[in-house]
Design a protein around this ligand. Sequence first.
Ligand code: PLP
Length: 243
Amino acid sequence: MISAEQLVENLAAVRHRVDEAARSAGRRPADVRIIGVTKTHAPELARAAVVAGLPDLAENRVQEWRAKAPLVPGARWHLVGQLQRNKVRHVVGQHVLVHTVDRRSLVDALSQRAQLLGVLQRALVQVNVGDDPAKGGCAVNETLDLVAYARHRAHLAVEGLMTMPPMPPPGRDPVVAARPHFATLRGLRDEVQSRFPEVVHLSMGMSDDLEAAVEQGATMVRIGTALFGARGQGPWSPSQEER
Ligand SMILES: *Cc1c(COP(=O)(O)O)cnc(C)c1O
C-alpha cells in the first residue's frame, strides 16, 4: 500500500494534469471532478484520500463497497461497476451515484426501490461507445430511449452519461485511442441534453486517458492507478485484515 504522503503527491499530480487539460481546452478546472477509484485498496487508503481533500470515491463491486464504506467517514460514493438487480436494495438510499444504468430492467429495479424508501436515486446512463463486447453499457443508438424511459420514473434522476472506451491496441497512445470515443459520448450527451436539460454530466477518463476526456468535456474523471498505485489481486475484504 502506498503511504499517505505518496497519495497526497499523486493527487497533486493528477489535479495538475486535469487543470492543464482543462485550461488548454478553454474549460474551467473546477468543472472537472476527480473521483478516486479505491477498488481492491484498504479502507485506510480511502480514508487518507478523504483527508487529502478527495471526498469522491468509487467502487465497482457492491459487496466490497458495503464492507468499506462504513470505515470511510466523509466519503461521497460512486458505483462504477455492473449492478445486478439483486444488489439494488443495498445501494438505493445510501447516497451513492450509480454510473452504470444500462437497461430498462435496472431502471425499473432502482426506481421501484427508491419509491419504496421514498428517496431519489441519482444515476448516470452507461453507454458502450466502442461497441466493445467486454464492456457494459447500452448501445449508442439506444441511449436516448433509455434516458426517456428512466425519466418517467419520479424516484430516479438521470444526471448524465458514462463510458469506458475499449482497451487501446498495444503500443497505441491511450489518449489518442480514447479521444474519438469520448467525442462520441459528448455528442450523445449534447443530443440528449437538448431534450432533457438535466442530463449534464459526462463521466469519462481514467488514469491513462484523462487528458482526452477533459478535452472532450468530462465533468467527472474516474482515477484509480494514478492515485492509489497498482491494484491488489482481488477485492478488498475485512477478512484480509485479520490474516
Ligand atoms: C478501475 C476503474 C477505473 C480506474 O481505472 P485506472 O485506469 O486505474 O485509473 C475507472 N473506471 C472504472 C469503471 C473502473 O472500473
